[in-house]
Each structure stands twice: as C-alpha cells, then as structure tokens.
Design a protein around this ligand. Structure first.
Ligand code: SAH
Length: 231
C-alpha cells in the first residue's frame, strides 16, 4: 500500500469548475485522442473521467487539457494526452490483473491505468514525486494501486509476473529485469533509444519469445537506474 505523505490537500473543485473541466476533457478526448485513432471506448471513458488538472501544478492548471506535455517537479514531465492515450491503447490494460508502471511522475497515467486494470504497481525514482503522486491518487479515491520510491529499471520482483508493463521514461534497451518480469502472453510499452529520439515500442511475450512492434517516434525523459542510463 502507498505510504502516507503529509501534504496540503488540493481544494476540491466547485460545481462550476467541475463542469468547465469536464467540458475541456470532452474536447481533449474528441480532438486530441479520438480524432487521432485512440478509439478504445474504455480508454476514452477513463480519459473523460480522470481530472488531469489535479495532476499539474496549480500555476499551469489552465494548460492541463492542452495538446502538449507539461513540466512537473524536478525537471520531469507529464506526457501529452495523445501519448498517454497511445500508450494506454497499445498496452490494453482493460481487466489486466497486475500492471507495473515505471515512472509514476505526476500519477496521471497511473490514474488512467487504475480506471482500467485490477491493480497498478507504480515505481518512481524521485521521492518527492512518488510521495505527491501517491497522496494525489489517494485524495482522488483510488485504492487499487501500490506505489514505491525505487529504481524501476529493476522492476518489482516480489509482485512479478506482471500482465502488463508500461515504462514512461526512455532507455537505450529494455531493462532485462522488466523483460523477465513480464508474464507470458503479456504486453509491455516502452520508449527505446538514445537520449533525444526514441521509438515508442510494444513488446509482446508469447511462448517465451519476445516480439517488438514500432508505435511512433517520441522523446521521453531518461530512465535512470542500474539496468538503464547511469545518471
Ligand atoms: N507517467 C508520468 C510521466 C513520467 S515522466 C505522468 O503521467 O506524469 C518519467 C518519470 O520517470 C519521471 O518522473 C522520472 O523521475 C521517472 N524515472 C526516471 N528513472 C526512473 C527509474 N529508474 N525508476 C522509476 N522512475 C524513474
């Protein structure tokens, strides 16, 4: 279970704010996701529901539903909605028993996954981000997730195997511990490549064999850890 992190709770939206944000989400879903091929109805339902503005700093809340990545603390980012959509659709988390997410960041992708899968295990390297995301997810009522501050390139061996693994930071090659912890029949989505240009890749495991499918060109922050970039 997530640890408790003392933090001032975000003020709840009043009714007018809730309606305004719901309209912005509806527009984000139709213009940025559905219009570009993210059509899975369950995924779209999750994107309509999760209040993305609660996952960004109050100073940039007005940009929460725009078509771009946004900064979080410590020089990290919350991915563009379309990229979160593409990764979610490729992962197919619907009904999956155990999903492992590496790179919790703001916790936005975690919330989308928690809407769709039975349980999400999420790992973040930066302790302040891990704490803030866990507190935020708890405040929003999510109970089907576990979070920890650790080096996610090593996975979460005690909970393996995972039906789905999603990595939201880039690495030159997929970390071996994560490939080992992927269940047979499982799917992994991960950006692979050098520092400033990567290929978002779907990896499937079947009969012990791994197969890679290219999804799109992308740029993510680096996955830093023992089985990834060394600082
Ligand atoms: N999915 C996030 C975006 C994450 S950005 C969101 O929706 O907001 C990538 C995150 O990966 C950063 O927060 C970074 O600190 C984290 N990260 C980098 N290396 C890591 C590692 N080895 N283990 C876990 N998290 C890592």
């Amino acid at each position: 279970m997530p640890e408790n992190h003392p933090r001032t709770p975000l003020p709840a939206d009043d009714d007018a704010d809730q309606e305004r944000h719901a309209r912005l989400r509806e527009r984000m879903v139709s213009e940025q996701l559905a219009a570009r091929g993210i059509t899975d109805p369950d995924a779209l339902r999750a994107f309509r529901k999760v209040p993305r503005h609660r996952f960004v700093d109050p100073s940039i809340q007005s940009k929460a539903y725009t078509d771009c990545a946004l900064p979080t603390e410590q020089g990290q980012t919350i991915s563009q909605p379309y990229i979160v959509g593409l990764m979610t659709q490729a992962l197919q988390p619907g009904g999956a028993r155990k999903v492992l997410e590496i790179g919790t960041g703001s916790g936005y992708q975690t919330a989308i996954l928690a809407e769709l899968a039975e349980h999400v295990f999420t790992i973040e390297r930066v302790s302040s981000l891990a704490g803030a995301a866990a507190a935020r997810l708890q405040e929003l009522g999510y109970t089907n997730f576990s979070s920890r501050q650790a080096d996610g390139s090593l996975g979460w061996p005690e909970e393996a195997p995972f039906d789905r693994i999603i990595v939201t930071a880039a690495t030159p090659e997929p970390p071996d511990p994560l490939l080992d912890q992927l269940a047979d029949g499982g799917r992994m989505v991960i950006p692979i490549g050098p520092r400033n240009s990567q290929e978002l890749t779907l990896i499937t495991k079947s009969g012990g064999k791994l197969r890679r499918t290219f999804l799109c060109a992308c740029i993510f922050v680096r996955l830093i850890g023992q089985a990834a970039w060394k600082q």
